[in-house]
Design a protein around this ligand. Structure first.
Ligand code: AGP
Length: 609
């Protein structure tokens, strides 16, 4: 998620904007920039990398301390690699506007083609540069920037939070939002715009939350908010923020992990943006020139491995592609690789794109001449750069060491990939594709509604089971991957021993461990495997094992705790199971006083063997 700041007031604006960007650093970024107007010219100073690089550049500018209005940006790359030319602010061809943007303009390529036909030139790969020139183009036929913004934002489809300055009035901030956060801070003789409250919390606690489809126009002493469709004035409710700076960076949540669990509906939405074509198929142009593999090797570590294991059921069921799922640290040390470049494809999954074992596996596959696809969250990461093709998961930076929204974003991309291959192979039954796509598209709203209820139940159960010394997590079919993930989450967050197992394996030894002090968390969804899972539950009960059953229907069994959740279509039910496993581990760890966001011994990205 990019960070936006805007300031207009009585202070030197650039230091205030820079400080605002520093308070947004926690959101993660790979380039930054600041823009302002001076002597009837718009200036932008930008740099790749961290804010210190930008600071060095600004310190050489003589105008830095005189301007009292500026906009700033930290960029989390979605379109275009993290280089200075792609950093924000972007300036229009006619140098009349500069703009910073958070979000994705879905139809930017179409708009860009139209502008190129009108003689516009582009110097970056970003949708943002297209947007600023679209606004400049519309400005030619409108009485003022506000009217030009209205027309331009009707043409731009997708998500945006923007802030812009115009050369003619460089002390006035213009801002607008659609499906991306933007907050207006109201000071005395000064006003602020930002993606998030921490950017200006040290100056003012009085805020107005802009809503989708609203445009803000603000100078140092006044502001107006308009509806972008008809420019009708909107009366806004000013609010006073009580949060501390640290709490504000977590959006008011206790931990980044909790914030990121609640971000998952948006992550699914962002992952599907631009990927579903009128319920008729999935759009993955990145893969159109690759042949369809006859065998898929999925290679990853940790949570990413669990996402891959879960997806193997989709590739086999929806696309009829056999999958070999491998732990990267095992794959890389095989004696012999039975990979066939003509038939195989290696799919590596990595949130960070820097995991050493997964990167090594990718390199081995390439040495074998096998086509490689990377599913990554970090644009420009090593795996993203070295894979033949990269598919970005658009989850935004994941701050908490325990991976949550990243797995959901990976599952979203993997589901799209399975549908894509099923469609290309023409093996998806008639009408099934539309049903799956609609079920996927419904997930964000349904999950948004379900998360608070899940969190409450997780909190209740966590207090009841927090003293357990060991836990089994059990599942069958695609739920086996979720059982592994649930056990990993409990282990890495609460330091309680937990084992994820295929439920059918219990009778082959593990059931010897069951006693009243060794509870089991059983995932029992309403599918063809339920009768078998039910038998496993009965076996555990016969040995006085305590059981939590996580289910999406009225199970016909009596156990210690039944946790009801919404049902999904087939394996898509996993999108409702996963947050429960995350909430439960989070609440146990928090209740036990563990360092939830930075568990002991763990690193966010394991770049060593
Ligand atoms: C998951 O909660 C862990 N943080 C860890 O297992 C992680 O998933 C694993 O290290 C893989 O990381 P990657 O996705 O960045 O490659």
């Amino acid at each position: 998620m990019c960070g936006i700041v805007g300031y207009t007031g009585h202070r030197p604006a650039i230091p205030v904007a820079f400080e605002g960007l520093e308070h947004l650093e926690y959101r993660g970024y790979d380039s930054a920039g600041i823009g302002y107007g001076f002597q009837n010219k718009l200036e932008v100073v930008r740099s790749a990398g961290k804010l210190k690089n930008l600071s060095e550049k600004i310190s050489h500018s003589t105008t830095a301390l005189t301007v009292t209005c500026a906009i700033g940006h930290t960029r989390w790359a979605t379109h275009g690699v993290p280089e200075e030319r792609n950093a924000h602010p972007h300036i229009s061809n006619d140098k009349s506007l500069i703009l910073v943007h958070n979000g994705i303009i879905e139809n930017y390529l179409e708009i860009k083609e139209n502008l190129v036909r009108k003689g516009y030139t582009f110097h970056s790969d970003t949708d943002t540069e297209v947007l600023v020139n679209l606004i400049a183009e519309e400005r030619k036929n409108q009485p003022d920037l506000l009217h030009a913004l209205r027309i331009a934002l009707q043409k731009a489809h997708g998500a945006y939070a923007i802030c812009l300055l115009e050369r003619e009035n460089p002390e006035i901030l213009y801002a607008a939002r659609m499906a991306a956060p933007l907050i207006f801070g109201i000071g005395i003789g000064e006003n602020f715009v930002a993606s998030d409250i921490p950017a200006f919390l040290s100056y003012t606690r009085n805020v107005v939350f802009l809503e989708d489809g609203e445009i803000l126009v603000a100078d140092a002493n006044s502001y107006s908010v308009y509806r972008s469709d008809d420019l009708a004035c909107v009366q806004k409710q000013e609010q006073c923020i009580q949060w501390s700076m640290q709490a504000a960076q977590k959006g008011g949540f206790r931990h980044f992990m909790l914030k990121e669990i609640f971000e998952q509906p948006q992550v699914i939405k962002d992952g599907l943006t631009g990927r579903i074509r009128e319920w008729q198929g999935v759009v993955l142009p990145e893969l159109d020139n690759l042949t369809i593999p006859r065998r898929l090797h999925i290679v990853a570590c940790g949570t990413s491995y669990h996402a891959g294991l879960w997806s193997s059921h989709l590739f086999e069921s929806w696309a009829r592609i056999p999958v070999q799922i491998e732990i990267a640290s095992e794959f890389r040390y095989k004696e012999r690789f039975l990979l066939d470049p003509a038939e195989d494809l290696v799919l590596v999954i990595s949130q960070s794109g820097e995991t050493a074992d997964t990167l090594a596996a990718l390199r081995i596959a390439r040495e074998q001449g096998v086509t490689t696809v990377g599913i990554c969250n970090v644009v420009g990461s090593s795996i993203a750069r070295e894979a033949d093709v990269v598919l970005y998961t658009q989850a935004g930076p994941e701050i908490s060491v325990a991976s949550t929204k990243a797995m959901t974003s990976q599952m979203t991309m993997l589901a799209c990939l399975a549908i894509y291959y099923g469609e290309r192979k023409q093996v998806l039954e008639e009408g099934r594709e539309e049903k799956i796509l609609r079920a996927l598209a419904d997930l964000p709203k349904r999950l948004e509604e379900a998360l608070p209820v899940m969190h409450t139940e997780a909190k209740r159960l966590s207090r009841k089971y927090a003293q357990a010394k060991s836990f089994f997590y059990l599942g069958r079919g695609h739920c086996f991957a979720l059982a592994l993930e649930g056990a990993l989450k409990l282990k890495e967050l609460s330091y309680i021993h937990a084992e994820g197992y295929a439920a059918g394996e219990m009778k082959h030894g593990p059931i010897a461990l069951i006693d009243p002090n060794f509870p089991s968390f059983v995932i029992a969804l309403n599918d063809r495997l339920y009768p078998k899972v039910k038998s496993n539950i009965v076996e555990i009960q016969a040995r006085q094992g305590h059981i939590i059953v996580l289910t999406d229907f009225n199970v016909d069994i009596k156990v210690d705790d039944i946790w009801q959740i919404p049902s999904g279509m087939g394996a898509l039910g996993a999108f409702f199971v996963l947050p429960c496993l995350q909430f439960f581990s989070y609440e146990v760890a928090d209740y036990l006083g563990k360092d939830v966001d930075q568990p002991r011994n763990l690193a966010k990205s394991v770049t060593v063997e």
